[in-house]
Design a protein around this ligand. Structure first.
Ligand code: BES
Ligand code: ZN
Ligand code: ZN
Length: 495
């Protein structure tokens, strides 16, 4: 999809559709909607009066052959209550408009911003929304739907200082294409994306974007004594990998912060000996979503160039019940020296992340963010609406949450009180890999990770319920979402 900035006024843009948006209970149809209404001889006012245009969030009203406009159609998108509207909602509005038009065979359209939402930042949000909305999961379909948006124009935006608008469009494209890059990886079935193949894809991405990369093989993993990762991997014939991707700016100050991004990449989670039920097991191909998130974020950061070094550490393995698989009750020694009693082999994500976190610290990371499809319990707590965000110290978590809110990703702070630590005490080892006692499964999982992050500022994102959507949203296809990538990018740029 091409993104253009037209040089004529919106009324004379000859697109298949012109898109703009109206807030709820906006009887006067102010701003551009008011202008269009007047050009149409009050048609919109009468549609608002009859209740067809209400401005309710993501309501779509499509008008053909609008009088006074060169476009063939006018699409009015509801923007919801004016008090609730934020600039980040432009992503959803633009994305929902694109999907609405695409499903009707429209190939090009113009998106018209209202006054007040014409900054380069607003344009970036629109571009992100459009490109993420255009993603489809049709790689393995023989017959592709021949519906495609060829071009979208951004109308009405101010350039600020000259060139700002072009830069903003470019940034939006990089962010959303990186999100889509991660979504493509998440979609891959496990026979087409083993830990070795994931490492190859990471190498290719690093080469294309000018990032450093190093892939640790099983021999190196043994040398480093990553016992908790080896324990998970030993049930599979596919060898594990640890993928290390580096962004090191030349200007980085010695002794300054280094951000470590640790992502869980279980390319298939059967549960191991504590095997999962057959129902829905096919979905466990997306258990590498945390790793894909970090690769997507690194891809974007390679172009957006934060001031600080960023290192991604991605432990990758299958979790299989092979003849050599670890068994409930086994004790593994992690690279940090901590001993772990494996109560349930299906709680494998925290085992491999423990090694990723320790290794990231060993590489010099002073600040950590991890992302993982870690627990079913996070769905019980937050459903598929919010990412569960844990972290210490609280100010560090709050800085991360501020980034999430700035880029329109819903995340909710989860508790990590000392009382929960009791629940991961083992009878025979330093810690156990599941919580004893009832409930709090997402929290005890986070506590397990904290035992390895120790005093390093750390954020943990449990994306188990938000990384994949069974039902699409008006602005996003069903399947992989690429959630958390935008927040991580924003956070790295501001740290
Ligand atoms: N990969 C799963 C978590 C998951 C569940 C991701 C559903 C996406 C959708 C994880 O490895 C797991 O199996 N966790 C267990 C932990 C339990 C055994 C303590 C869980 O959540 O049931
Ligand atoms: Zn599991
Ligand atoms: Zn898992």
């Amino acid at each position: 999809m091409q993104i253009r900035v037209p040089d004529q006024p919106y009324a004379s843009i000859e697109a298949e559709a012109l898109v703009t948006y109206v807030v709820d209970k906006d009887p006067k149809l102010e701003g551009v909607a008011g202008e269009i209404d007047r050009a149409m001889g009050g048609k919109l006012t009468s549609l608002a009066e009859s209740g067809e245009i209400t401005g309710k969030a993501l309501e779509m009203v499509l008008i053909h052959f609008p009088q006074g406009l060169a476009a063939e159609r006018l699409l009015l998108v509801g923007a919801g209550k004016p008090g609730k509207f934020a600039q980040s909602d432009l992503r959803k509005i633009a994305g929902a408009a694109l999907r609405h038009l695409k499903s009707r065979g429209v190939k090009n359209f113009a998106f018209l911003a209202r006054e007040g939402e014409r900054s380069p930042e607003a344009a970036q949000a629109v571009v992100e929304g459009l490109i993420a909305a255009d993603f489809e999961s049709d790689k393995y379909r023989s017959e592709k739907k021949n519906r495609a948006i060829q071009s979208a124009s951004l109308a009405g935006f101010d350039d600020g200082l000259s060139g700002n608008l072009d830069d903003a469009i470019e940034r939006g494209r990089i962010v959303a294409e990186s999100q889509n890059f991660a979504r493509d990886l998440i979609n891959e079935p496990s026979n087409r994306l083993t830990p070795r193949m994931l490492a190859e894809k990471a190498e290719q991405m690093a080469l294309e974007s000018g990032l450093g990369i190093e892939v640790l093989d099983e021999q190196r993993i043994v040398e480093l004594k990553m016992g908790a990762l080896i324990g998970v991997a030993q049930g599979s014939v596919e060898p594990p990998r640890v993928i290390v991707v580096r962004y090191i700016p030349e200007t980085a100050a010695a002794g300054g912060p280094i951000l470590g991004l640790v992502g869980k990449a279980v390319t298939f989670d059967t549960g191991g000996i504590s095997i999962k039920p057959a129902n829905n097991m096919e979905k466990m191909k997306y258990d590498m979503g945390g790793g894909a998130t970090m690769l997507g974020a690194m891809r974007a950061l390679a172009y957006l160039k934060p001031k600080i070094p960023v290192i991604a550490v991605i432990p990758a393995t299958e979790n299989m019940p092979g003849a050599r698989a670890q068994k409930p009750g086994d004790v593994q020694v992690a690279m940090s020296g901590k001993t772990i009693e494996v109560i349930n082999t299906d709680a494998e994500g925290r085992l491999i992340l423990a090694e990723g976190i320790t290794y990231a610290k060993q590489l010099g990371c002073t600040h950590l963010v991890d992302a993982a499809t870690l627990t079913g319990a996070i769905e019980v707590a937050l459903s598929n609406v919010n990412v569960g965000a844990f972290g210490t110290p609280r100010e560090y978590l709050d800085r991360f949450l501020a980034s999430a809110s700035a880029v329109g990703e819903k995340m909710w702070p989860m508790p990590i009180d000392d009382e929960y630590e009791e629940m991961i005490k083992s009878n025979i080892a330093d810690i156990r890999n599941t919580g004893s006692g009832k409930g709090g499964g997402a929290i005890t999982a986070a506590w397990f990770l904290k035992e390895f992050a120790e005093d390093t500022p750390w954020v943990h994102l449990d994306i188990a319920a938000t990384c994949w959507l069974d039902d699409g949203r008006p602005w996003l296809a069903k399947g992989p979402t690429g959630v958390a990538i935008r927040s991580i990018i924003d956070f790295a740029l501001k740290l």
